[in-house]
Design a protein around this ligand. Structure first.
Ligand code: PHE
Ligand code: NA
Length: 436
């Protein structure tokens, strides 16, 4: 496959992977999940899950992708383990289901950008959410968001994905950072910081089953793991790149964006509403924030900045979700990329229509991904890397890496034992909390 594209630079790869990681998960769900799961206590568990579970699994996807130079499904066959292609197939299915509802939320973001310009959500924030999250408006906005996604993916890896993320990722940082500084001047911001940053260990001990499963699920989702995205992206990577170094950079940057989002959201909520909303429904982020924006001077402008950041974050993630099936079909059949991206994107857009019409169905898609597809995919990936693939993968981790072979040995045993035990335990806790 000598005509396969590659990233034009290492930074291009890191930005694209960061673009995939940084998304609605960081800015839309993370602060509100933190709020509905015990505040700072959730944050502590989440951070442990990101670094202790997410980082090693990310390296697992990287070695599969770079070793095989194939998409998520064909990677397994190319490494000599064709039966495991089913894991890649699971990843493709997860990407489809996730993109179907992710794009609906992306459509809401488009409507909130419009609302920030027209002032549509000033006054009655709840009514505005009701209007844009139902009927033809929701379907139309979803279709518009999918069209943007398809357009970027159709342009290809370097001209589309790499160029778009080089623009969007730095913009996310600048705008979010600026917003965080601005809201720090609000009276009452301090109460928000206190809620966000003082963990109450007792809360964790009392509610392990309620905190750990969502924190672990969020950790994998936020790093785009279990969807084959990191397999696909690292397959365009050169051998002289250090996977552990790139992986660390991606994990740290993704974590920073989530943390900064908290530094925007919590001060705003405490300064204006005096508390955080305790139910974390799909619309909470939109109604709570738009409600707050409509009460502060300059709120429309803050709102515009915030929702534009959210759009960039959502788009740089949705393109990675569409890239997984597109790379698979285009590599496999030799079809033209543009036609493939358009065809598959149209199919996903249709699959998303029910979730655009009913936020209950959206929650249902979301739960299937978080509670079933994601843990299953990550578990089977780890078992594959740790126990099935031979030592070619640990060897791959050392190529271009300055972390030394001791690192890859620890990593391999970590993937073999710690990850499966942790995910198994999380699944059990999740089942237990469903039964109680
Ligand atoms: N990581 C993205 C986010 O946090 C979501 C995502 C998951 C993107 C899986 C691609 C693949 O929003
Ligand atoms: Na993320």
């Amino acid at each position: 496959m000598s005509d396969r594209e590659t990233w034009t630079s290492r930074v291009g790869f890191i930005l694209a992977a960061v673009g995939s990681a940084v998304g609605l998960g960081n800015i839309w769900s993370f602060p509100f999940q933190t709020a509905s799961n015990g505040g700072a206590a959730f944050l502590v568990v989440y951070l442990c899950a990101v670094f202790l579970l997410g980082f090693p699994v990310m390296l697992g996807e990287f070695v599969i992708g770079r070793r095989s130079e194939r998409n998520a499904v064909e990677a397994f066959r190319s490494l000599g383990f064709g039966e495991w292609s089913v894991v890649g197939g699971l990843a493709v299915v997860s990407s489809f289901v996730t993109l179907a509802f992710y794009s609906v939320v992306g459509g809401w973001v488009l409507s909130y950008i419009v609302g920030s310009v027209t002032g549509g959500y000033l006054g009655d924030a709840g009514a505005y959410f009701g209007a844009v999250s139902a009927g033809p408006i929701a379907v139309g906005a979803h279709a518009a968001f999918m069209a943007l996604t398809i357009g970027i993916v159709a342009l290809g890896v370097t001209d589309g994905i790499e160029r778009a993320t080089k623009l969007m990722v730095p913009a996310i940082f600048v705008l979010m950072g600026g917003l965080a500084v601005w809201v720090s001047t609000f009276e009452g911001a301090a109460a928000g910081y206190a809620y966000y940053l003082s963990p109450d260990v007792g809360v964790i001990a009392d509610n392990i089953a309620g905190i750990v499963p969502p924190a672990v699920g969020q950790a994998f989702f936020t790093l785009s793991l279990g969807f084959g995205v990191m397999i696909a992206y690292s397959s365009y990577l050169g051998r002289d790149d250090s996977l552990p170094a790139d992986g660390s950079a991606i994990v740290v940057v993704n974590t920073l964006v989530a943390l900064i989002a908290g530094f925007v959201v919590f001060p705003v909520l405490f300064a204006i509403e005096g508390s955080v909303p305790d139910s974390g429904g799909a619309g909470t982020a939109f109604t709570a924030l738009a409600g707050a924006f409509s009460q502060i001077p300059g709120g429309q402008l803050i709102g515009l900045g915030f929702f534009v950041v959210l759009l960039f974050a959502a788009l740089s993630s949705s393109i990675s979700l569409l890239e997984v099936p597109t790379a698979f079909v285009a590599d496999r059949t030799g079809y033209d990329r543009t036609a493939t991206a358009v065809g598959l994107g149209a199919f996903v857009a249709l699959a998303g229509v029910p979730t655009a019409l009913d936020t209950g169905i959206l929650g249902w898609y979301n739960d299937i991904v978080f509670e079933l597809l994601l843990p299953l995919a990550v578990l089977s990936l780890s078992l594959f890397v740790g126990w099935v693939a031979d030592d070619q993968l640990a060897v791959e981790l050392n190529l271009g890496s300055s972390f030394g072979s001791g690192f890859s040995t620890v990593w391999l045993w970590w993937i073999r034992i710690v990850i499966p035990v942790a995910i198994g335990g999380t699944l059990l806790l999740g089942i237990q909390s469903l039964l109680v």
